[in-house]
Design a protein around this ligand. Sequence first.
Ligand SMILES: NC(=O)c1ccc[n+]([C@@H]2O[C@H](COP(=O)([O-])OP(=O)(O)OC[C@H]3O[C@@H](n4cnc5c(N)ncnc54)[C@H](OP(=O)(O)O)[C@@H]3O)[C@@H](O)[C@H]2O)c1
Length: 214
Amino acid sequence: MSMALTIFEEIFIPYLTRADMVLLHQPFSDAYGAYRALEELYDGGKIRAIGISNFYVDRMVDFAAFNRIKPAINQVEIHIFNQQKQMKEYADKYGIRLEAWAPFGEGRKGTFDNEAVAAIGSKYGKTAAQVMLRWHIQRGIVVIPKSTHRERMEENFNVFDFNLSEEDMDALAALDTASSSFFSHQDPAMVEWFVKMVEERKTKHDSSKEKKNW
Ligand SMILES: NC(=O)c1ccc[n+]([C@@H]2O[C@H](COP(=O)([O-])OP(=O)(O)OC[C@H]3O[C@@H](n4cnc5c(N)ncnc54)[C@H](OP(=O)(O)O)[C@@H]3O)[C@@H](O)[C@H]2O)c1
C-alpha cells in the first residue's frame, strides 16, 4: 500500500462510505503516488470516479497516457477570458471531461459587465451570468458556479431554456485572451507558495489566510 493511500485512508476513510468523485487538487509533489492511491480506492469501490485539477494540458496528457485509470475530469480555470481551447481539444481526444472552476472568472476583468456578453444576453432575456454558464454548457464543460445569494443560485440554474446560436458562440469565443485571471501553476514563485502552504498546514491550518495571498 502506498504512503499516500495510508495518509488518505487515515484522514478521510473513517468519514467516507462512498464518494462520487475525488480530484487530485494540484500537479505537485508526488502526484503519481497520490493518484495511484486514488486508483486503489476506485478499485475498492470507495470512490466512483477519480480525476485531477489544475493540470495544464501537458500534465493532463501525461497523466492520461501513463496511468492505469484515465482521469474522468480535469477541473481548471475556464471562463470567457481564459477559454483553454488547446486543453479542450486534448481533453476531447483523451475522453476527459473539463470542469470549469471560476466559470465567471470570479468577476475579474469585468466578466459580469462585459458589453458583448450583455448584448448577447439581451437577445435571449438572460443575464451575463446566464450567458456565460450557457456558453460553458454548450461547449461540453461542466460548471460549478459559486454564489452565496439564493436569488443568484436560482438565476444560475435557470439556463436550460435557451440555446446560444452559433454566431453568439463564435462572438464569445472571440473574447478569449488565453491567459489566467489568477496565476500560473507553472510560475516557480507560485509553486514555492504552495510548498510553504503545505509546510504550514502541517502545524496550523487557516484557509482564510491562505486565500489572501493570491
Ligand atoms: N480546483 C481549484 O483549484 C479551484 C480554484 C478556485 C475555485 N474553485 C471552485 O470553483 C467553484 C467556483 O469558482 P469561484 O467561486 O472561484 O468563481 P466563480 O463561480 O466564477 O465566481 C464566484 C463569484 O461570482 C459571484 N456570482 C455568482 N453568481 C452570480 C450571478 N448570477 N450574478 C452576479 N454575480 C454572481 C459570486 O458572488 P456572491 O457569492 O456574492 O453571489 C462570487 O463572487 C467554487 O466551488 C470553488 O471552490 C476551485
